[in-house]
Structures are given as structure tokens and as C-alpha cells.
Design a binder for this molecule. Structure first.
Ligand code: DGJ
Length: 373
């Protein structure tokens, strides 16, 4: 009997040791997909986010979400941490505006904020996907904000379409001058895909600027920064070089995986190769991730198979990429498990990037530590 009780106690202890700490108890591991509490014991509210490291501290920026709506009612949140597991709430880095005339007025759609430190100005620059209030996802604008401190407050600078009047570096003269259009073509027919791959939407938006939806920022080893975004009706990714002050564009940009319909781009570089993980395009519902590689940021980019492995791989373990963070020699894949019926309850899926046959792979794990990777 005593032996049995002892065994039971040991079993309970083992379960507790594996379980995620609640409230403000410090975390010693990552628990992908579980509730994640900040150091005050509140659930972290930073969706579609990215992480920047500055002066030995990590800053996590994300969309503040409420219970009933995906619209931006508060703004972009910021949390900070030294160990990536225990996050201190730094408050609202960029607030939505009370001015109904402001492009970031309360009730707009403000998604996937990312922050970098601009090498030439030393300022902190935030880019995000902005949809103007009451216009659904039609505006497809980029929003830009700037701050002197990583925690903000960020000041809204501008918004709009991207690279108006400029052709991509990898669009031929024939493609630029083509008059082909989609009239009479069945969606997803071979011909429809070809006309889009040949730049139909890029030409359509040439004068007013390219659409910019799901996005990330990337700073290369030389300090040059890039905005990487779903463009051309979400059919083609674009990579656009930022100007020295990081508040605009140089006009140098490329189309990537034309007509490949990628969303949620996240990028990293290892040993001279650029790796981009994206998703397909199914709204808030998960789909299979994709992998692209290139030896230059401006391509050519090669598409590979789904990098996810094991159970749930075909739906990216019910999540969608948002950012890839270099840590030491490794990389953390950050993704969102969206919950459109209760957006605040969207979960964070942070997984270690592993390698198989020279390519990055992702495996679902319930708990992991940086030391084991
Ligand atoms: C998928 C995108 O990745 C999200 O950021 C969001 O824009 C949803 N679509 C909206 O349906």
C-alpha cells in the first residue's frame, strides 16, 4: 500500500515537473501552443509579431488583440526579456489614434508589426500591414512608425502602397510592356496562373504602387534592411530594399515565387544562404508551410517541399509563420495559432529550427529548451 502511494506521488511529481508554470512563476522551457503568461501573470498579447535584440535584451512586438474583433483597438504591444521565455510587459509601443482622419485610427486593421534598429540613424523603425478602417483588406498598405527607444512610444510616419512607378529588378521588358490580362480566364487555370506569374498585377499597380500585406523585415549582415511582403493580390512575394534612413525604399525590389500565392513570410540567413518560410493563403485557417532558398536576397529563389515533419505537418501544427529569430548558432521559428472567434486566445508556436539534408525542418514538440538545441 505504502509502495503504491509512493509510486502515485512520484508519478504526480513527474507530471508537475513537465507541466507549464502558471502565472508569474519563471519559465525554464518553451511550451508551444500553450497559454503564455508575462512576468505579471497576464497572458501575453502580441500576435503576428517579431522579436528584435538590442543591447542584450529581446523585444517582442505584436498585434494587441481583443475578444471579439481582429481590428486594431489598442495598437502594437511590446514585451522585453533577457531569456526569451520570461517576458515583461513594456506597454503599448504604437497606439492607434483617436483621430478618425488618421490612417491608424482605432478600428483599422494593423497586422504583423516588425521592428528593426536602423543602422545609419540608430532609430527604431516599425513596419506593419495596414488596412484602412472600413475598407476590409482593400488598401493593402504598409505603415511605418519610428521611435528613439525600443519600447517606444513610436510615432506614425506614413502609409501607402510600395514602389509606385518602379519596375522590379527581375521583370523583363517584355513583361513590363505586355498587355495580357485575365479577362475570360478561369481562376487557377494554367493560363490564368501564367499571366499572373508574368506580372499582370504588378503592371496593374505600377502607377499607384504595389500592394503590401503579410510582411516581415530583415536586416542583412551589411546593415541593409529589406521589407518582405505578400503583394500582387497575395499571389507574389516582393522583397524591397529600404533607404538609408529605413523610412522608405530605394526602388530596388524583386518578385519572388511569382503566382506562388505565399503569405506570412519569415526569413533567416545561415552560412550565406537565405531561407524563407511562408504559408499558403487560407485566411485564418492553417495550411502547409513552404520553404524557399536563395544565395542572394534578390534571388533567384528556389521553392522546396514543406519543411514541417511528423504529425500535423500538413497544417504547420495548426499555425502560421510570423518571424524567425537567430539565437546563438540556432534559429527560433515563431508562428501564430490563430483563433478568429476569440482573437485574444490566439496561441504562440515557437519551435526550434532543426536541419535535415542541409535544409531547415520543423517538428512539433510540447516542451523544449534552448540548451537542448
Ligand atoms: C492570413 C494572414 O496571414 C493574417 O495575417 C491575416 O491577414 C488573415 N489572413 C486575415 O484573414
Amino acid at each position: 500500500m505504502t509502495k503504491r502511494i509512493l509510486l502515485l506521488l512520484l508519478l504526480m511529481l513527474a507530471v508537475v515537473a513537465q507541466a507549464q508554470p502558471l502565472g508569474s512563476i519563471p519559465y525554464k522551457s518553451f511550451y508551444p501552443g500553450n497559454l503564455w503568461f508575462d512576468t505579471d501573470g497576464n497572458i501575453i498579447n502580441a500576435h503576428g509579431g517579431g522579436v528584435m535584440c538590442h543591447d542584450g535584451r529581446y523585444y517582442w512586438y505584436g498585434e494587441h488583440k481583443g475578444e471579439h474583433s481582429n481590428s486594431a483597438l489598442v495598437g502594437v504591444t511590446c514585451y522585453s526579456s533577457t531569456d526569451l521565455m520570461n517576458w515583461h510587459n513594456e506597454g503599448i509601443a504604437l497606439s492607434v489614434s483617436d483621430d478618425p482622419q488618421s490612417p491608424i485610427t482605432r478600428g483599422c486593421i494593423l497586422e504583423r508589426p516588425k521592428v528593426i534598429r536602423c543602422a545609419s540613424t540608430g532609430k527604431f523603425v516599425m513596419y506593419f500591414h495596414l488596412e484602412l478602417k472600413g475598407r476590409g483588406y482593400a488598401a493593402a498598405n504598409v505603415g511605418i512608425a519610428v521611435a528613439d527607444s525600443p519600447t517606444g512610444p513610436f510615432t506614425f510616419v506614413s502609409n501607402g502602397r510600395v514602389n509606385a512607378g518602379i519596375w522590379p529588378l527581375n521583370m523583363t521588358e517584355e513583361q513590363q510592356t505586355s498587355t495580357e490580362n485575365l479577362k475570360g480566364l478561369e481562376s487557377w487555370s494554367k493560363e490564368w496562373v501564367r499571366v499572373i506569374a508574368d506580372g499582370y498585377y504588378n503592371r496593374r499597380d505600377h502607377n499607384d504602387g504595389q500592394m503590401a500585406r503579410d510582411m516581415t523585415l530583415y536586416v542583412d549582415d551589411d546593415g541593409r534592411a529589406y521589407h518582405i511582403f505578400a503583394s500582387e493580390e497575395n499571389m507574389t512575394i516582393q522583397i524591397a530594399e529600404l533607404s538609408d534612413d529605413c523610412l522608405g525604399y530605394t526602388g530596388r525590389y524583386v518578385r519572388v515565387d511569382a503566382a506562388g500565392q505565399n503569405e506570412a513570410p519569415a526569413i533567416f540567413k545561415k552560412d550565406g544562404t537565405y531561407y524563407m518560410i511562408t504559408s499558403g493563403c487560407t485566411g485564418w485557417a492553417p495550411n502547409a508551410a513552404r520553404l524557399l532558398t536563395a544565395s542572394s536576397i534578390f534571388g533567384p529563389w528556389t521553392r522546396h517541399d514543406n519543411p514541417c515533419r511528423g504529425k500535423g505537418a500538413d497544417l504547420t501544427f495548426q499555425s502560421q509563420s510570423t518571424y524567425i529569430l537567430p539565437v546563438g548558432d540556432g534559429f527560433i521559428f515563431m508562428a501564430d495559432r490563430w483563433n478568429p472567434d476569440n482573437p485574444i486566445d490566439g496561441r504562440y508556436m515557437w519551435l526550434p529550427i532543426e536541419w535535415e539534408d542541409g535544409l531547415p525542418v520543423l517538428r512539433m514538440t510540447k516542451r523544449w529548451n534552448l540548451e537542448n538545441k
